[in-house]
Design a protein around this ligand. Structure first.
Ligand code: F6P
Length: 536
């Protein structure tokens, strides 16, 4: 049944008529619009929302089903109703007593899988587990896509300084022969361990890549290399073993772990190979602390809830259609891509959990890049186009390199951009500035309008003490929960992804036509393109 939805539209005009900076007249704003959780600090004072408006939103969330839905998620109810599945990735980062309480039947298997994962990582790193030629592994090649890729990618790039095991971890995700060739040229079959990550073990891209790597390895080594050097993480044991991977090298994943929330499971194996198992545990600990905060903090202090409500205020109240993720940290450059999937694949929907057409907008278009690179690319549009793009800035107080001056400049740019997006520059300010600089009247008339900035762009700033496994875990869990809250309040199911299916189906049809099959439903445009491809 459709629940009462917040009347966002009644606040729109008021918000459009004011400047964000005017909201700072309330002297307690900075104190009231900041919060801490699991070692992260959030400043949301640069949002275009007043204290009373935010309080009304929080009250609405309190009167909705959100509280019950949070409890339902953590206790393993089948909240993914279209697939009849629980959503329990949080259990993978919880202590064992919680695992046993929530899943008495399944806890032992989760714990045994963690132990298996730890042993594999330690044995490979120590050289106890060697390749089929009895050599120590030097490289790990992980193969997977979507949720079986992005989390690992963000972990591998963000935690580069923690790559301490001596293993070089590589990834193949896209179905592109160029990418396969580039990777394989760098690797030696004798010392490469392969991990195939596919929940279903039926994903076209992953299987094609796995097959290409298998042929490459078999060209150099005897057949038993696959059983010895390959591992898989999957629910589909039958397919994995018929591919040739040894049963004891298959680590399970469960239907209650969604692909895009699976980093915390054995899917994280390639990351653990790079940073060591202890650091992988710290990543999960950071996420667990955010889970505890999310479960227990009052909505008014609850970081994921606050971020979710602000996102809805911008989307449904102010009609802003995108969200920029701008980490001012080179190591977090993979975060925008990761959040693109978690956010848009979860909440990019227009039908309610009960199958009714929703009357409101849902997920924004998420994009971004690490600062300051983004400043020299799309941020021109953010400052001067008519589109307002709410932004999440993410920054660490302490840098991870010895170049402290670089870090200071990076942080300064981050703070300056949120200020510039909020303050903008009026025509009058530009004219005054130009005149002070000695510009002629003719020059001012010609140029001033080009130099004005709209301002009034809302932003959050998420501050980490430093980027490490713990803070990364907390950050990823923060966004997971934010997305969950928005899904609940938008009254949709965040945990299925039917939208991806049509492309897969039509992909099969295109391949069939390419193989000479007659009769299809493809448009003349696509048929013409296929002909061009076949005639090339
Ligand atoms: O992108 C669609 C999707 O179904 C994701 O949800 C999933 O993470 C990805 O494909 C890969 O699926 P699998 O792990 O089964 O290969």
């Amino acid at each position: 049944m459709t629940e009462h939805f917040f009347d966002f539209s009644s606040n729109r005009q008021k918000a459009n008529d004011r400047t964000i900076i005017s909201l700072f007249d309330e002297i307690t704003r900075v104190d009231n619009f900041t919060t801490n959780a699991a070692g992260l600090f959030l400043d949301y004072s640069k949002q275009n929302i007043s204290q009373s408006e935010l309080s009304a939103l929080i009250n609405w969330a309190g009167s909705s089903q959100l509280f019950d839905k949070i409890a339902a998620q953590f206790s393993g109810d089948k909240i993914n109703n279209t697939e009849q599945r629980a959503v329990l990735h949080t259990l993978l980062r919880a202590p064992n007593d919680i695992k046993k309480a929530v899943l008495p039947e399944g806890a032992n298997e989760i714990i045994a899988t963690e132990q298996q994962m730890e042993k594999i990582v330690n044995d490979v790193c120590s050289g106890k587990l060697t390749s089929s030629t009895q050599e120590k592994f030097t490289d790990v090649l992980a193969i997977g896509i979507g949720g079986s890729f992005y989390g690992i990618k963000v972990g591998l790039t963000a935690l580069q300084p923690y790559h301490s095991t001596g293993l070089n971890v590589h990834f193949l995700a896209n179905v592109d022969g160029g990418a396969v060739q580039e990777k394989l040229n760098k690797l030696s079959a004798k010392t490469t361990l392969v991990v195939v990550i596919s929940k279903t073990f039926s994903t076209q891209e992953t299987l094609l890549n796995a097959l290409a790597v298998k042929h490459w390895m078999l060209a150099a080594l005897p057949a038993h290399c696959i059983a010895q050097q390959w591992f898989a993480i999957s629910t589909n044991i039958e397919q994995v073993t018929s591919f040739g991977i040894a049963r004891e090298h298959v680590l399970p994943i469960w239907d209650w772990v969604g692909g895009r929330f699976s980093l915390w499971s054995a899917v994280g194996l390639p990351l653990a190979f790079a940073i060591g198992y202890e650091n992988f545990v710290k990543l999960k600990q950071g996420a667990f602390e955010m889970d505890q905060h999310f479960k227990s903090a009052k909505f008014k202090d609850n970081m994921p809830v606050i971020m979710a409500l602000l996102g809805m205020w911008n989307r449904n109240g102010l009609n802003y259609s995108s969200l920029a993720i701008l980490p001012y940290e080179h190591a977090l450059r993979a975060l925008p891509g990761y959040l693109q999937q978690t956010d848009m694949e979860s909440n990019g929907k227009s039908v309610s959990i009960d199958g009714k057409k929703l009357d409101w907008l849902t997920a924004p278009v998420v994009f971004g890049q690490e600062g300051t690179n983004g400043q020299h690319a799309f941020m021109q549009l953010m400052h001067q186009s008519v589109d307002v793009i709410p932004t999440d800035f993410i920054v660490s107080l302490k840098g991870s390199s010895k170049y402290s001056e670089h870090h200071k400049v990076l942080v300064a740019n981050c703070f300056a951009q949120s200020e510039a997006l909020m303050q903008g520059k009026t025509l009058q300010q530009v004219k005054d500035e130009m005149s002070t600089q000695g510009a002629s009247d003719e020059e001012i008339k010609r140029l001033a309008v080009h130099k004005t900035m709209k301002g009034n762009t809302p932003s959050n700033t998420i501050v980490l003490e430093s980027l490490n496994p713990h803070s990364l875990g907390a950050l990823l869990a923060l966004y997971e929960h934010k997305i969950f809250v928005q899904g609940v309040l938008w009254q949709l199911n965040s945990f299925d992804q039917w939208g991806v299916e049509l492309g897969k189906q039509l992909g099969d049809q295109v391949l069939a036509v390419m193989a000479g099959q007659e009769g299809n439903n493809l448009s003349y445009s696509s048929q013409m393109l296929i002909k061009r491809f076949l005639n090339a």
